[in-house]
Design a protein around this ligand. Sequence first.
Ligand SMILES: C[S@@+](CC[C@H](N)C(=O)[O-])C[C@H]1O[C@@H](n2cnc3c(N)ncnc32)[C@H](O)[C@@H]1O
Length: 382
Amino acid sequence: MFTFHIGDEVFAKACMNTEAVGMSDAPDDELAEQEGYDEHDYDAYDGDEPYDEGMPYKPPGSEGKETNLFEANVPKAFLIPERLRDKPYELIEAANDWHYAMMNDHPRNEFYRDCLRRVVTPESIVLEIGAGSGLLSIIAASLGAKAVIAIEANRHLANVAREIIRRNGFESRIHIINKMSTECQPEEVAAYGGTPTVLLSEILGTLLLGESALHYVMDARQRLVAHNAAVVPRAGCQFATLVESQDIESITSVRSWEGIDLGWFNTLQDTTSMVFTKQYGFRFSSCHYRELAARQAVLHVDFAYDVVGLWRGEMRQRVQATKSGKWGQGLQLIEDLSQAAAGMAPAPFVVTEGEWLILVTRYSADGVTLQFQLERDIPRAD
Ligand SMILES: C[S@@+](CC[C@H](N)C(=O)[O-])C[C@H]1O[C@@H](n2cnc3c(N)ncnc32)[C@H](O)[C@@H]1O
């Protein structure tokens, strides 16, 4: 837990909040320069041990399992509209959980349209990994691409995309392949007009690489598209901000109730893992909170060049405590590890406004998960 003391106010609790990722159609180093991030500050992978960080994220509905019907998940006494009865439960859940919000994210859609406008020509063959509703493939086709090959692993979504593409009149130029991109062969992709010259994807999660985007883009880059194919998005950046929030404190720790001291329960508090606030049943944007420091760029990815397994060890950044406000959906609680003692609840990390801190970001080798820690930036005597 990170605690921040401002003027006369009592301590307010805080945590690291991962903001929405920033995307770019410029190379990684340009984005890094804009954000004041020293590229590869972390210990870059030097190739002396094999990369092994488990399996990449598999999108729901890609496993070819028996369809779990929506109606089987609803109590027998409930009425179900006919249109939902025979639909896969995961499809309805995903559509209502995040698809609508994603498709209605107009800045996101405009970002993709602007990037695609710069690279799509009448000669372009576009390969999209993860077509979903087909929206981005339709944008590419409407900008004049000769052909679009849209790969979608989820067979139910692939059918929905086919229908949306047909309703928009693009069925002659957009071709759906219902497979994982890693299972597609170059010949079956090239059969729809030639080797793709544009590689398009939006397989991002709350965290930039949370859905193994680099893993799948790298595979497609190496096997399925032309060696000089334009990559959209070209680069991405994950930001993190120190925030305080009593709302979050109230659902991640406990003190007492009616004189009953419950504080020892906090010895179970998880200050190790990044969690997505939806797991706690809320969106971060619905909480009251205050920023305690300027946002920090903690992970940069160049989707045209970077390889999986690049990230090793940790990156250290100097951060000065200030205050303001932002939004995001992932958070990690921060505790003062210098005061950690066996059997004790986590000690709050108390800082004063203007104090310099070191933000330590640790990476899983594939960059998929991050871990944050704070240290004090104490000037050395010499
Ligand atoms: C975040 S959604 C984006 C949908 C759409 N591109 C859009 O922007 O509206 C990601 C989609 O990609 C699919 N997907 C993720 N990784 C994939 C892969 N390697 N191969 C095929 N489909 C994938 C998922 O099933 C999901 O439907």
